[in-house]
Design a protein around this ligand. Structure first.
Ligand SMILES: [Zn+2]
Length: 356
């Protein structure tokens, strides 16, 4: 069983057998045997492996308590298998730490995710999705204004959110999966906040619209519509833009983006979908966007990235009440004891910030 753990940590670090062998000072053949549980590494070797893999030795002895299933990548179907293995191992590791913490304090894993009961059973048009999004907002008491921390809000409803490095060079916004049956959404940690928020809201759309869409409606388009409507409800868009427009000023869109955390591009789609900006004007607006390269990267300043605070906060809470010891806290936080001590004195070294 230690073998699976070594392999998982190796995949998470993206190292080949040979690369790990070189780093840890053992042969690739030996590592292959460890991974297949054909031989057991000595404690010295385990230490060397842990160091090379950037994990604590305890990691190898942890029970694999999470089953990751139904992994679906968003917007990048042809990601290489090696890259997928690395991401999935990383997500698995983050999920396991959540499950382990759950044994000591209540975490979002204790709350089962439920689709609100007030939704229409069938959605027959894209316009009806506005109503679905409004109903979710209502059920979750979100009002009509900005949702400040989407991540925290999702987690309080039993959706686990992780940020992971998804190979910055590739156009992957995130992935959705089930871990022990619970919905997990992974956002690309290198994307600006508005992109991450849209990914989160889009994935919520998948969960909420499942089995509700009438034939002929395109799932991805429906989820995009849901995301826009969830982030900025119809009434709020009309209040901000007016009933009818011929053009939207980039400055205007940038200010609205800062206020609501929906991208400038997202606002143009809201305006078009709600009949505020006619399609012909939408086209000229997007030509203008493309001329400036804003279709690829929106102008600065970028919207602040989503932060996942809850996991850390719960670890410190458990530590404060002696529910876990320092060594367990350090392991769960993925930092050394020395770094943890510094953090407890409010002097976190960079090392501590590295592992989310
Ligand atoms: Zn989708």
């Amino acid at each position: 069983m230690i073998g699976e753990r070594i392999q998982q940590a190796r995949k998470a670090s993206g190292l080949s057998l040979r690369a790990l062998a070189e780093k840890a000072g053992v042969t690739a053949m030996a590592i292959s045997k460890y991974e297949n549980n054909q031989s057991t590494p000595s404690s010295d070797v385990l230490l060397a492996l842990a160091k090379a893999l950037g994990v604590r030795v305890e990691y190898f002895f942890r029970q694999a308590a999470v089953k990751l299933e139904h992994v679906e990548y968003r917007h990048h179907p042809e990601m290489p298998e090696k890259e997928k293995g690395k991401i999935e191992a990383d997500v698995q590791d983050q999920a396991e730490r959540w499950v382990e913490l759950e044994a000591f304090v209540p975490t979002p894993w204790s709350v089962p995710f439920e689709v609100p009961g007030n939704l229409p059973p069938k959605v027959n048009s894209y316009d009806e999705i506005e109503e679905v999004a409004a109903s979710v907002r209502e059920a979750w008491n979100l009002g009509r204004n900005l949702i400040p921390d989407l991540t925290d809000m999702f987690e309080s409803h039993g959706i686990i959110v992780f940020a992971a490095g998804l190979d910055a060079g590739q156009q992957c916004d995130g992935l959705a999966a089930k871990a022990n049956g619970k919905p997990v959404i992974v956002v690309n940690k290198d994307r600006p906040g508005d992109r991450q928020r849209f990914t989160l809201a889009h994935e919520l759309g998948h969960l909420v619209l499942k089995r509700r869409l009438a034939k002929g409606l395109h799932v991805e388009m429906a989820c995009n519509r849901f995301a826009g409507a969830f982030l900025v409800p119809k009434e709020t868009v009309i209040k901000a833009l007016g009933q009818r427009r011929t053009w939207l000023e980039p400055q205007e869109l940038a200010l609205l983006k800062a206020e609501f955390g929906l991208s400038m591009g997202g606002w143009t789609y809201r305006a078009r979908d709600l009949g505020i900006l006619p399609q012909t004007h939408m086209r000229s607006l997007w030509n203008h966007f493309r001329e400036h390269g804003w279709d690829k990267k929106e102008p600065d300043p970028q919207y602040p990235q989503e932060k996942t605070r809850l996991f850390k906060q719960l670890i410190y809470r458990a530590l404060a009440e002696d529910l876990i010891g320092e060594s367990k806290a350090a392991e769960l936080l993925g930092m050394s004891l020395k770094a943890l001590h510094a953090c407890r004195n409010m002097e976190c070294p960079d090392e501590a910030a590295a592992h989310q």
